[in-house]
Design a protein around this ligand. Structure first.
Ligand code: SF4
Length: 378
């Protein structure tokens, strides 16, 4: 059993936006409709108890990460957010551990009061935005179908002005119709240090849109950015997806739970206190994220014994034969877990992005070999 040190806490179950690709609301899972709008202080206090209990059982953990998610997490308002932070901070009085807060937001609620609250509690902020306005508008609209870009951009400008050190990252979901370098250059221009490009959540029963492009189109899209980046474009940016693959080439520890054989160390807790596997599993529309356990009744050690969690703890044993025999196994590890899903046989499949990943990793490898030769000759 590998202990949990990352807690994705769904502090709000509703969102002010209605992005069409959202796995929470628009991919067949309607569990949010029955959940509390905001997590209660009682649930947060009980979760704190569960985390302390877990840390006492696992003294090897010296740092935990609590990430506020939603819905739109910042829709809880400053008072609730402050109360949640106050409760979680008590963990450090009870066990010797470092605690880091972060949140993933659409940026619309980033007004001065909210930014000051985030700063005061040292909450690092990631903003979801798909690039310049015309591209962001393709998916990221409000409930009336209207653009949300201007409000997100205002939030980004405000946090740059008031709490730059806490503006941590931006994430875009890839759309093959968008020129990759335009998104990349937009990220390069908005004062952030970390970014990522996310493959949209699809699986073998819900294939990714390819818009008539090739079967490696997502790999090619990403390679265009990689190629520009290693050529020096926007070199101030860290790009998690690429860095993670490079770390895999070097045999270093992975940066996040996609593309790794490390046991899963992340658990999601919804606004009713139910533990869930990775929340992106909702994209399978199969309730695969549901564990049937709640913070009121179950400890985190019990959660670790759940078969669905064990499946994410057994590393390459969870992979299919195609992945096990793949030359890029130790760079790709079958891609992201939810992307392997097929109703017929669950998760023992290669990623639905297998061809893209194989293409991208092969090209990256060629570039890294060229680079090493250049260095050796220098
Ligand atoms: S490239 Fe494809 S076959 Fe190879 S490890 Fe990744 S998903 Fe599996």
């Amino acid at each position: 059993m590998h202990a949990i040190n990352e807690f994705v806490v769904k502090i709000a179950s509703r969102c002010n936006l209605n992005c069409d690709y959202c796995y929470e609301y628009n991919m067949g899972d309607d569990s949010w409709k029955k959940q509390s709008k905001y997590i209660s202080l009682e649930t947060v206090t009980q979760l704190k108890f569960r985390i302390v209990e877990h840390l006492k059982d696992h003294p090897e953990i010296d740092q935990i990460f609590i990430s506020f998610h939603g819905g739109e997490p910042l829709s809880v308002g400053v008072e609730r957010l402050q109360n949640y932070c106050d409760v979680f901070k008590q963990i450090c009085n009870e066990v010797p551990v470092r605690l880091s807060f972060s949140t993933q937001t659409n940026g619309v609620f980033l007004d001065e009061k909210m930014i000051n609250t985030l700063k005061k509690n040292r909450v690092f902020v990631g903003v979801s935005v798909d690039g310049p306005k015309e591209y962001n508008d393709l998916h990221r609209v409000d409930h009336k179908g209207k653009s949300t870009f201007d409000e997100t951009q205002k939030g980004i400008d405000r946090i740059n002005e008031l709490a730059k050190d806490y503006f941590n990252s931006v994430f875009a979901v890839i759309d093959l119709r968008i020129p990759p370098l335009e998104v990349f250059d937009y990220f390069g221009s908005i004062g952030v240090g970390h970014c990522d490009f996310l493959l949209p959540h699809h699986n073998w029963d819900l294939l990714p849109p390819r818009y008539g492009k090739s079967k490696t189109a997502y790999g090619e899209w990403l390679y265009e950015i990689w190629s520009a980046w290693i050529g020096g474009r926007n070199k101030h940016l860290n790009i998690r997806f690429f860095e993670s693959i490079v770390r895999n080439f070097l045999g270093a520890e992975s940066l996040y739970e996609a593309m790794t054989d490390a046991p899963a160390s992340l658990i999601t807790i919804n606004s009713d206190g139910d533990y869930e596997g990775v929340d992106t599993l909702k994209s399978t529309g199969n309730s695969s994220q549901v564990l049937g356990y709640n913070v009121q009744k179950h400890s985190l050690n019990e959660v670790l014994e759940h078969q669905a969690v064990q499946q994410r703890q057994i590393g390459i044993k969870a992979l299919c034969d195609k992945c096990l025999n793949c030359e890029h196994l130790k760079r790709c590890y079958g891609g992201y877990y939810p992307h392997r899903f097929k109703k017929l046989n669950g998760f023992k499949n290669e990623s639905v992005y297998c061809d893209d990943l194989f293409y991208l990793i092969s090209r990256m490898k060629e570039d890294l070999v060229k680079y090493k030769k250049l260095q050796n000759n220098a």
